[in-house]
Write a protein that binds this ligand. Structure first.
Ligand code: ADP
Ligand code: MG
Length: 368
């Protein structure tokens, strides 16, 4: 990892390197020492709640904001002090920012006109690009006469026509309805894979992040909280913050304490969950035990490893049901692929020790 970057050989040069990026707005630190490296052609999603600094980071990469510290390298070329037009980035926003008075062809070809590309060459590249995004029949229309998905594709075509080194997306799907969002998610990902251009995609939507990313950067208050593949982030969230942010159903948290022997956790209701990998956790450590629905099984009768809970209701998902119960007033969800019906509210829950997440009660940091 610490060897000097090899010259040329495009696929080995990182697509983007950020080191020590710091951004301040009049006394507020919006980004604290951001370090990150994207491989060439990688699709990176920046995920986090509103105000955590996602757009600021994207604008810093594009050169639209000055920074107070750090360096930015795109495809092996340091661009920290370069103007936006010299960074070879193409940005797609939530508002597509299409010119309403220009045709689809002129919108797509706009960056080439600015760059002074001759009309005939422009026409050729516009047609080639329109074919890639399936807009060839619409070149003479105005944006007002297109569907939302088609407008999004015009914005994409305009972004790709110059074959940038880096795609930057700032919540480009937020204005679309749910069905179209699912379609465009796949379209953007397929297009990016075909063009093999490194992409940085900002969203606050964990489903978009999970379904689109090669790797996800989870941000919290101007810092990187965790970087990982979607399965890393889901299966081993580095903190309670990350655990609460990802997953289709909210994670439940029960309070517990590590036993004197260090090989089990005892919940506040005295239920004992053996820890599968023996962990070096100090006896008496106070933990939050994070449970996803797939870590919990609901039984109608008590068993050797169950504890009692009160059943509230079920959600039918087609292939499974999610049963909602409460334990000490905390909602605990359980996944049931048999879609069983529950009639007696007195139920018994069993926790799969290998699927629990332990977080330090005070710091929220993952312990297992
Ligand atoms: N132009 C600006 N001037 C001052 N503060 C700003 C400016 N832009 C963003 N901020 C602040 O920086 C922080 C991060 O904002 P932003 O990057 O827009 O977050 P996100 O895109 O994750 O919602 C917020 O606290 C926001 O108020
Ligand atoms: Mg934003």
């Amino acid at each position: 990892m610490l060897q000097p970057a090899l010259p040329a050989a495009g696929h080995q040069t990182p697509g983007l390197t950020l080191s020590g990026i710091r951004k301040e707005y009049a006394g507020i630190t919006a980004l604290h020492a951001i370090d990150f490296e994207a491989k060439n052609g990688e699709f990176i999603v920046i995920l986090g709640p509103s105000g955590c600094g996602k757009s600021t980071l994207l604008r810093v990469i594009a050169g639209l904001e000055d920074i107070q510290g750090g360096t930015i390298t795109i495809n092996g070329k340091e661009v920290t002090h370069q103007a936006p037009r010299n960074r070879d980035c193409a940005m797609v926003f939530q508002s597509y920012a299409l010119y309403p008075h220009l045709s689809v062809a002129d919108n797509i070809g706009y960056p080439l006109r600015i760059a002074g590309v001759a009309r005939s060459e422009r026409r050729r590249l516009v047609e080639e690009t329109a074919r890639i995004v399936d807009l060839l029949p619409y070149l003479d229309r105005k944006p007002a006469n297109l569907s939302g998905g088609q407008r999004q594709r015009v914005a994409m075509a305009r972004a790709i026509i110059r074959r940038p080194a880096l795609f930057l997306f700032d919540e480009p799907l937020s204005n679309l309805d749910a069905r179209l969002r699912v379609i465009m998610r796949a379209e953007i990902r397929q297009l990016q894979e075909r063009l093999k251009v490194t992409a940085i995609f900002v969203t606050h939507d964990q489903v978009e992040a999970m379904t689109m990313a090669d790797r996800i950067i989870v941000m919290r208050a101007g810092k990187i909280e965790q970087v990982g593949t979607p399965s890393d982030i889901y299966e081993r969230p580095a903190s309670r913050y990350v655990a609460e942010f990802v997953g289709g159903q909210p994670m439940s948290f029960l309070q517990g304490e590590i036993t004197a022997t260090g090989d089990a956790v005892v919940l506040s209701n005295q239920a004992r969950i053996p820890l599968v990998e023996p962990m070096l956790l100090a006896a008496g450590t106070r933990v939050d035990v994070g449970l996803r629905a797939e870590a919990v099984q609901l039984h109608l009768a008590p068993g050797p490893r169950t504890f009692s809970a009160r059943f509230r209701f079920s959600e039918y998902l087609g292939a499974a049901k999610i049963h909602h119960s409460t334990v000490d007033e905390v909602a605990v969800l359980s996944f049931d692929s048999t879609c069983g019906d529950i009639r007696d509210p007195n139920v018994h829950l069993e926790i799969e020790g290998s699927k629990i997440h332990l977080f330090d009660r005070e710091s929220g940091v993952r312990l297992n």
